[in-house]
Design a protein around this ligand. Structure first.
Ligand SMILES: NC(=O)c1ccc[n+]([C@@H]2O[C@H](COP(=O)([O-])OP(=O)(O)OC[C@H]3O[C@@H](n4cnc5c(N)ncnc54)[C@H](O)[C@@H]3O)[C@@H](O)[C@H]2O)c1
Ligand SMILES: N[C@H](CO)Cc1c[nH]c[nH+]1
Ligand SMILES: [Zn+2]
Length: 426
């Protein structure tokens, strides 16, 4: 991991770059995959499952019997953990329920806004490097609370291994309607376009690798998507009150997601940076996912800044998916953060808590998209419809403004739709 001491601002754009710059080869590969799914449907999906996931698929949908068999294999300990996580996620997301807006903007002019759930949603659950069954809870709980009518799930099946039992169990307890054994960009294309076996949905949710994320972005003209939620990132802000062992463990916890992940420390002290570096070397020897950790750390950074203001400016420029604030008065620092997916406050809030079980959502914008997108939340599964009801008197009060604006825009029929009413005898 490289260390940078007081890098000048001119160098910041380079230091905020991710591991996965926009790669034209990925763009091209993904547009080829989408075109093939569009043209050949299920046949293309079968070929790609063989090519990318080394698996032969006769039936895409996972049967009831397979789900029951998977559920039976999950240990009681994991079932209890899923139950606790589901409770907390449900509690936090239920509290996000929007209320109706019902306002008389003028006498006789009533404007209403009501949330309505999206009917058909498709959830993508990553399964390449690790079967992320926690993501099932993160997506299915809010979808259920919102009241989506049809919830389907796609996840890859690799080689001859069946889909992880924990994914099937989490899907069963969350009431997923149908599960399909298909992953990667092809799964996103299938849910966006529909094939003989996979139904087309209204909106696609879920994180994934660079292929999955690119497919969501390319298909966003065809289907709604939650946001670009690509390879995981964490940025830790630390002052002298931080614990280098905690910081190192937090950085490693995201590095282990894969070589495309990125972990950044921004601190004000060279001591913290060098002790963290030493702790990373010590702790990484104890971890199993060597290639992911080594790959990720080779693009990760330790940055020593001149002071608190520079740290805050850097974080806002980087716009991390996850931000951990290991500093004195962390809530005061947090108030100055304008771009981050999810913020972890103080020394006892590791990102792992939010990844699994505290209640916040772990499906979050990466690659600096936190500047413009929120992470998944209850609202992501809803639309809001507005309604209005005007009385004759209300329309009369508005008529001069509507007519003046319609005429100024040169739209006579708009003015007519008002005057036929205000001048009618009935
Ligand atoms: N931002 C978030 O909210 C968030 C949350 C959880 C996980 N993640 C990220 O999700 C990612 C999961 O990635 P993953 O790879 O483990 O699983 P994945 O399910 O996203 O991708 C696996 C699929 O990628 C396809 N694929 C692999 N190599 C390919 C190639 N060369 N060409 C075309 N397609 C190919 C295969 O079909 C495979 O099924 C990680 O990067 C992790 O950090 C992000
Ligand atoms: N850190 C991931 C979000 O970027 C979520 C996750 C799932 N499992 C473990 N972690
Ligand atoms: Zn994680």
């Amino acid at each position: 991991m490289d260390t940078y001491i007081n890098p000048p601002r001119a160098e910041w754009p380079r230091l905020t770059e991710r591991n996965i710059p926009d790669d034209p080869a990925v763009d091209k590969a993904v547009s080829g995959i989408i075109a093939d799914v569009r043209l050949r449907g299920d046949e293309a999906l079968r070929n790609m499952a063989l090519r990318f996931d080394h698996t032969e698929i006769s039936c895409f949908e996972v049967s009831e019997a397979e789900i029951a068999e998977g559920c039976a294999k999950v240990s009681d300990g994991v079932k209890a953990a899923i139950s606790l996580a589901k409770e907390n996620i449900t509690r936090f997301h239920s509290a996000q329920r929007p209320t109706d807006v019902d306002v008389m903007t003028m006498p006789g002019v009533r404007c209403v806004q009501k949330p309505v759930a999206i009917d058909r949603v498709g959830l993508y659950i990553p399964g390449g490097r690790a079967p992320l069954f926690s993501t099932v809870l993160m997506l299915a709980c809010p979808a259920r609370i919102a009241g989506c009518k049809e919830i389907i799930l796609c996840t890859p099946q690799s080689g001859n291994r069946p889909i992880a039992p924990e994914i099937l169990y989490a899907a069963a307890v969350c009431g997923i309607d149908r599960i399909y054994r298909i992953g990667g960009a092809q799964a996103i294309a299938a849910m966006a376009l529909g094939t003989e076996s996979i139904p087309k949905v209204d909106k696609i949710f879920g994180p994934g690798n660079r292929y999955v994320t690119k497919a969501k972005q390319q298909l966003s003209a065809t289907v709604a998507i939650d946001m670009p939620a690509g390879p995981s990132e964490v940025l830790v802000m630390a002052d002298d009150s931080a614990n280098p062992t905690f910081i190192a463990a937090d950085l490693l916890s995201q590095a282990e997601h894969g070589p495309d992940s990125q972990a950044i420390l921004v601190c004000t002290s060279e001591r913290i940076a060098s002790e963290t570096q030493a702790e990373i070397s010590r702790l990484s020897k104890k971890l199993s996912r060597e290639d992911s950790v080594a790959g990720s750390l080779s693009h990760s950074r330790l940055i020593v800044m001149d002071g608190r203001d520079d740290m805050i400016d850097f974080v806002n420029a980087y716009a991390p998916e996850h931000l951990i604030i290991s500093m004195k008065s962390p809530w005061t620092v947090a108030q100055e953060i304008r771009a981050a997916g999810s913020v972890f406050i103080g020394n006892y809030s590791p990102e792992s808590a939010g990844d699994y079980a505290s209640g916040t959502n772990h499906t979050l914008p990466t690659s600096a998209w936190a500047r413009a997108y929120s992470g998944v939340n209850l609202d992501s599964f809803m639309r809001k419809i507005t309604y209005q009801e005007l009385t004759r008197e209300g329309l009369g009060l508005l008529a001069p403004a509507i007519t003046a604006m319609a005429e100024a825009e040169g739209l006579d029929a708009h003015a007519l739709a008002v005057s036929v009413r205000t001048q009618s005898d009935t």
